[in-house]
Design a protein around this ligand. Sequence first.
Ligand SMILES: *Cc1c(COP(=O)(O)O)cnc(C)c1O
Length: 249
Amino acid sequence: MDIVFAREKRDGVGEGGIQLSGTLEERIERVYQQIEQACRRSGRSSSEVKLIAVTKMATMEKMKEALQYGLCSFGENRVQDFLKKYKLFGQDVEWHIIGHLQRNKAKQLVGKVEMIHSLDRLPLAQLLDKLSKGQGYPWNVLVQVNISQEETKYGLSPDELPEFLDAVQDLDGIKICGLMTIAPFEEDPEKTRPVFRKLRQLRDEMARTRPHLDLSHLSMGMTNDFVIAIEEGATMVRVGSALFSEDEQ
Ligand SMILES: *Cc1c(COP(=O)(O)O)cnc(C)c1O
């Protein structure tokens, strides 16, 4: 039986809900359709939303297939896994680091990644700044905010964000592009809406009070909740299971 998440069943949004089944081609098609529909419902253009295929669970075979179907932005959590995959796919792919980044691993990313979504502390910002001299251009980074204040999650608290942004503004080696968050898993994805809305409002507030910053990106939404995240303004969704999980029987 396909898994169809509660909200999709309840209000019939989307076509068939978020199913964890089918061929990769069907899954990609379905995710793009859901992105389209969410954009249409919220009066946005789907060109404003980038699909980042989270490949942490994907085999190399699946990743090759994904590339053939036109997916070209991949997200990885762990530097070790990323480096293995980078060896195979290298420059064919736009790489996004989306997991907590240890400082002793950062050096291995120099010149290889499009964006780091998980900047969450000053010492990491300072290290990236130094390492940028090696790559000759600044890192694109998003600041991770722990909106739901879950202890198990990384990220700055909303209260810490203003001071953090002020502290990193003179670091030429990093280019802050926006904010990222991870919502708690909810059986009913509708319940994640306040988390995404709060990140957007926080972004708007920071952009208003700090006009020198460009905070145009919001990386939010995963398999269970990317539709809601798009309705709340996501410009990047990080989708893994909907594309790569084992078929549910
Ligand atoms: C694994 C992961 C995702 C993708 O999650 P799915 O629910 O499998 O789509 C997105 N973002 C982060 C930070 C992750 O670790």
